[in-house]
Design a binder for this molecule. Structure first.
Ligand code: 13P
Length: 405
């Protein structure tokens, strides 16, 4: 055990010894540390009247409680029935691709204008509880000069930030991928927090082939997600843990289920190893789907059943919310699948919601086309998808609602 940890455990022991309640974050302390804590607590009870010890205890306790309370408050604001998350965190190459499809130049000003359109859409706060932003957006302003994270916060929407630095090949493991960005993450989070971010997102990507992901791929990716999540919680930032098994390929739904189950098992094992508090994360996975090029199509009910089977096997009930990514599904499919899960499995232990990028934004981009005169109709398109996905979170969506005003 390293000295820093021992010192931390000792100070926490002082807090307990001084009669303070055991802080929620210590649920994840490993057994050895717990033993040390209780031993110290027993010793210190004899000195609980000492003013010095009490003062230290209070300040340590305040610091620890602040972080646990902060995480809990963020979770409670983000995890609400009928609401989900908007992913608007496209990196520079990705936003350039989205803009190219509507013939809009990928400039800083166009990114700002587009995200200002999204965030100022009247009424989205009824269905959107959090927005994932890209770093650039944190310092940008809406048309009236308000910083964009402030626009969100003032409407009760929690501002978030994508913190990974993209993926590349996992060395010596052909076909497996790995995501970069852990170095200096703690300092970056402090900066993002000062700019208003209260949660973060990190995405690991798995492509399915006959041999992939390999066991090395599964364990290396799980380790990254767990280390990222631990750094976030240490800074009072709620981590969205996003493992995406890609839809690309001709694999069956059964193969996607097998891979997704292995991915989740490995991730929760790693989160446990790294003392991540499950009550203070949000999971953002893929649904269990047949590959895009697989000849057989599956119904929303089949997808819901296959997805729930995998997540029941792998995701502890302590996790407050599973917010699915849309991963290349059409907006209507993404909504129908989420609805089928909530309509068919209302006894699931977690909130089942959305954290969609493309499935919320595709119709918005189509309506906008980069023209200021189209802003109002683009905002209506966003509000419609947000509202329908909000209904799907409650299991109350019907396809006929697509055509209603
Ligand atoms: P999609 O819903 O478009 O898959 O995007 C979600 C996301 O945040 C990917 O990292």
């Amino acid at each position: 055990m390293d000295m820093e940890y021992l010192a931390g455990a000792t100070l926490a022991g002082i807090a307990i010894g001084a009669g303070e309640p055991l802080m929620p974050a210590s649920r994840s302390d490993p057994p050895a540390a717990r033993q040390i804590l209780s031993a110290i607590a027993v010793l210190l009870r004899q000195y609980r009247d000492s003013e010095g010890v009490s003062a230290i205890a209070t300040s340590i306790q305040e610091k620890i409680m602040t972080i646990a309370d902060e995480l809990q408050a963020t979770i409670e604001q983000m995890v609400q029935p009928g609401k989900g998350i908007l992913a608007a965190d496209e990196s520079q190459p990705t936003i350039a691709k989205r803009f190219a499809a509507i013939k809009v130049e990928s400039t800083e000003e166009n990114h700002r204008a587009y995200r200002s359109l999204l965030f100022t859409t009247p009424g989205i706060e009824d269905f959107i509880s959090g927005v994932i932003q890209f770093e650039e957006t944190l310092a940008q302003t809406s048309d009236d000069g308000t910083l964009l994270p402030e626009v969100l916060a003032s409407r009760g929407i929690v501002p978030g930030i994508k913190v990974d630095k993209g993926k590349g090949p996992l060395a010596l493991s052909p076909g497996d991928l790995i995501t970069y960005g852990l170095d200096g993450l703690g300092e970056r989070l402090q900066q993002y927090k000062s700019q208003g971010a209260r949660f973060a997102k990190w995405r690991e990507v798995y492509q399915i082939s006959e041999h992939n992901p390999t066991y090395l791929g599964l364990s290396a990716n799980a380790e990254m997600l767990a280390r990222y999540a631990a750094v976030c919680q240490e800074q009072g930032i709620v981590p969205i843990v996003e493992p995406e098994v890609l839809i690309d390929g001709d694999h069956s739904m059964a193969r996607c289920a097998e891979v997704t189950e292995a991915v989740q098992k490995e991730i929760f094992h790693a989160l446990h190893r790294h003392h991540v508090v499950l009550e203070h994360i949000i999971l953002k996975p893929n649904m269990v789907l047949p590959g895009k090029a697989h000849p057989a199509k599956s119904s929303a009910d089949e997808i819901a059943a296959a997805t729930l089977r995998v997540f029941r096997r792998t995701v502890p009930a302590a996790v407050p919310s599973i917010n699915f990514l849309s991963g290349g599904l059409s907006p209507e499919q993404a909504t129908a699948n989420l609805n089928a899960m909530n309509a068919g499995f209302s006894d699931a232990p977690w909130l089942l919601s959305f954290s969609y990028g493309r499935a919320l934004q595709q119709p918005v981009l189509q309506a906008w086309q980069g023209k200021p005169g189209n802003v109002a109709s683009a905002q209506q398109a966003l509000l419609k998808r947000a509202r329908l996905n909000g209904a799907a979170q409650r299991g109350e969506y019907q396809a006929s609602m697509e055509n209603a005003a």
